[in-house]
Design a protein around this ligand. Structure first.
Ligand code: 5GP
Ligand code: ZN
Length: 118
């Protein structure tokens, strides 16, 4: 069972913000911003590649409710989902990162070999 499925089952504790029948929002254990929340479906879906339009349609208002609860809808925030190896996805259970609570930097690509072109 994956680590986020264990959070869904309560086997691993989490600091929850909001929960309904299908989704949970909880604080990231290793925050990358003053506010760093993860939103997951309770169902094990590997990544954004695999979510149905129907489930996404329900996840959208849930994420918006979380951002409102944290007053991030006023101050602004970043919504990210990492997908696969190049995306840097470590946990293979779909999750959206909500980052906020301060000005965020915008830099993603780490060019390891300057001689190698894209
Ligand atoms: P990814 O790199 O897969 O997009 O993000 C995984 C995120 O899950 C990371 O930000 C990491 O800190 C977080 N994380 C990993 N294990 C746990 C855990 O057991 N509890 C919580 N709350 N967050 C976790
Ligand atoms: Zn899972």
């Amino acid at each position: 069972m994956c680590i986020f499925c264990k959070i869904v089952d309560g086997e691993i504790p989490s600091n929850k913000i909001l929960e309904n029948e299908e989704f949970i929002a909880f604080h990231d254990i290793n925050p990358a911003a003053p506010i760093h929340v993860l939103v997951i479906p309770k169902e094990h879906i590997e990544s954004f590649n695999d979510i149905s339009a129907q489930t996404m349609a329900k996840m959208t208002p849930f994420i918006q409710e979380v951002t409102k609860k944290l007053a991030l809808d006023i101050s602004g925030y970043r919504l990210i989902t990492n997908i696969g190896d190049d995306g840097g996805q470590e946990v293979k259970h779909l999750h959206f990162h909500i980052l906020g609570g301060g000005k965020l930097i915008w830099k993603h690509y780490q060019k390891n070999d300057p001689h190698k072109s894209l």
